[in-house]
Design a protein around this ligand. Sequence first.
Ligand SMILES: [Zn+2]
Length: 212
Amino acid sequence: MMIRHHPDLHRLLEFSAGNLGDAEALCIRLHLDLCGECRNRVDALDSLGAVVMERQPELGLSPSVFERVLERIDADRAAPPASAGGATGVLTRILGTDLSSVPWKQSLKNVGVVDLTSRFPAQGHRVLLLKLAAGGTAPAHTHRGEEITVVLQGAFADQQGVFHQGDFVVLDCQDNHRPVAVGQEDCITLSVLSAPLRLTGRFTRLLNPFIR
Ligand SMILES: [Zn+2]
């Protein structure tokens, strides 16, 4: 499995510094479970972070210093192993089940939803577990805010490319997209939305779970 879409350095820094909300942090952890490259980076940021944050003014470090250090680390080190049970175990505890027996709410033929927003009360984000049936197309929509998505199973494609298990995707209001589940498996994602989706297709009224 090849992961091609990673959280950017800024987001990994915020994660390492503990500045992300629980839902977004869970998305990062789910990615880290599958991505040795980013585990490596977070490991390094965790080590460097305390020193740099404390001494940045006197050292005069710029973000590009981080990038250069991380390039060296990417080249030199083996990735630390994923934590046992990891973020998938956290998600299983939140759901009360694993991904094979999630009690999906069906809103459209191809789309299942479990709204996890109430499990992350502090952030004011919507948190949705979404399932797009294999071969199915989701309704076209744009984003009013930012949507962070991590692919937990299967793969989906939109105008920007194909996103596989473990891929971490950030969409914003520029993106009008209509994801299609590709491959043989249903595509399951965890998505964190900073504002509701705006549906642009003809199924708008049917998709109540998205537009509350
Ligand atoms: Zn990664």
